[in-house]
Design a protein around this ligand. Structure first.
Ligand SMILES: Nc1ncnc2c1ncn2[C@@H]1O[C@H](COP(=O)(O)OP(=O)(O)OP(=O)(O)O)[C@@H](O)[C@H]1O
Ligand SMILES: C[C@@](O)(CCOP(=O)(O)OP(=O)(O)O)CC(=O)O
Length: 411
């Protein structure tokens, strides 16, 4: 019997990823015979290839992570998969693509290669709510499979086949996903640009507006965008290449103002594409837009760019800022989005500690900023940039018992 348990980070993109439509991929491969002979009829839906490079930070796994245990045993009758305590079908094309790619790459004489497996995974944050659960989840799955089958070396191309953004969560720190040019996606891989400790002052606040499953998955929305939006192609060809270069330089030089301006503009452009999609896929809501306005007002008040928002495919807003600004910005958020007394501090402030401080009300009155209704924000997660996936050595960490059943089901 073999068993391994790993954790993997979520990542928050500063330059967002957009997927290559099947048609463009087909034209790239040019010839259907080539397509079928060499790719076994695989469409980009299987390979998950992007139309532009993207760049993100992987976040501290001690605050937010996916945790996955995989057991392989001759006693297991069939493959099984549980996510957040619920059994899932093993018949998922993405899960099977990852498993097949890992098995193809490992030593074919391994005795446990043909044994069945049990997979049990848990996210310690909302799943499918636009908080990158698929990135952490598939990175963790592929990393754990690689450990189970003894694979060393590049696996971000395999994680990519689970969920595009998952390839970036294979590495810690600041990570670039190179779109690559190979039709097989062999060079569409992630690369760590800087380790987690490169910019130690960087902090991230995630303002959770909605932690329920989003209306449409990013997979479906992206497909519709590449099929119907013209802006998405302008962005991929004309905007992203320069932004990636400027952003990498800004991170290298720890130039927060440049970093922040690109982050905000890129997020705005992603959501402009969502509106340019037909029919539109709207993710941000009035609260998300109000947070964006607060960040701009904060920067104006500080007479410098001190905070940067970025939103993925959901209404939640992620804010990058330096440690020295965290308390000030949180006091602004507390003023504009008051919470009712029945939500405990523990429920509301999650992750790294936050000191409770409130700004003088007169400041806001002078700025003509008025508070919204209570409880528009569900909670705030305070975190920082962290390392990539890791194996948990402690046997207690396993989510499966000796029979390959989730321990959580015993309670
Ligand atoms: N820990 C996990 N292990 C394996 N698969 C997971 C895990 N967590 C999430 N997933 C898969 O990812 C899907 C959610 O992906 P989706 O892209 O819709 O949401 P998200 O990743 O939370 O949001 P976004 O990508 O927009 O930030 C889940 O339905 C599940 O199939
Ligand atoms: C808006 C994004 O967060 C989209 C993430 O999309 P996914 O990686 O979840 O999509 P699939 O590849 O279809 O699984 C931008 C980003 O993280 O780069």
């Amino acid at each position: 019997m073999k068993i391994v348990t790993c954790v993997a980070p979520i990542n928050m993109a500063v330059i967002k990823y957009c997927k290559c439509p099947w048609l463009i991929f087909y034209i790239l491969t040019r010839c259907e015979i080539f397509f079928h002979c060499f790719l076994g009829g695989k469409r980009d839906d299987d390979l998950i290839l992007p139309i532009n490079d993207s760049l993100s930070a992987s976040l501290n796994t001690h605050v937010m992570c996916a945790k996955t245990t995989i057991m392989s045993s001759p006693n297991l009758k069939e493959n099984k998969f549980w996510l957040n305590g619920k059994e899932q079908t093993f018949n998922s094309p993405r899960l099977n693509s990852c498993l097949k790619a890992i098995k193809d790459r490992c030593d074919q004489s391994l005795p446990h290669l043909n044994w069945s497996i049990s997979i049990c995974s848990e996210n310690n944050f909302p799943t499918a709510a636009g908080l990158a659960s698929s990135a952490a989840g598939y990175a963790c799955l592929v990393y754990a499979l690689a450990k189970l089958y003894g694979i060393e070396g590049e696996i971000s191309d395999i994680a990519r086949q689970g969920s595009g953004s998952a390839c970036r969560s294979i590495y810690g720190g600041w990570v670039q996903w190179h779109k690559g040019s190979s039709p097989l996606g062999l060079d569409s891989i992630a690369q760590q640009l800087f380790p987690a400790n490169h910019w130690p002052e960087m902090r991230i606040l995630i303002l959770v507006v909605n932690d329920t499953r989003k209306k449409y998955s990013s997979t479906i929305a992206m497909k519709r965008s590449v099929d119907t939006s013209t802006l998405i192609h302008h962005r991929a060809n004309r905007v992203v290449p320069e932004r990636i270069q400027t952003l990498s330089r800004a991170i290298a030089e720890k130039d927060f103002a440049t970093f922040a301006e690109i982050a905000m503009k890129d997020s705005n452009q992603l959501h402009a594409i969502c509106l340019d999609t037909f029919p539109p896929c709207v993710y941000m809501n009035d609260v998300s837009h109000a947070i964006v306005s607060v960040v701009h007002a904060f920067n104006e008040y500080k007479n410098d760019i001190k905070a940067a928002y970025t939103c993925d495919a959901g209404s939640n807003v992620c804010i990058y800022l330096l440690e020295s600004e965290v308390q000030d910005l949180v006091s602004w958020i507390n003023y504009v989005f008051p919470k009712s007394a029945d939500i405990t501090q523990q429920e509301y402030y999650r992750g790294l500690p936050l000191e409770q401080r409130n700004m003088d009300k007169a400041v806001f009155e002078g700025l003509n900023i008025t508070p919204f209704d209570v409880d528009l924000l569900k909670y705030i997660i305070h975190t920082n940039v962290g390392d990539g996936p890791e194996v948990l050595k402690d046997e207690q960490a396993h989510l499966l018992d000796d029979n390959g059943c989730p321990k959580s089901l015993h309670f």
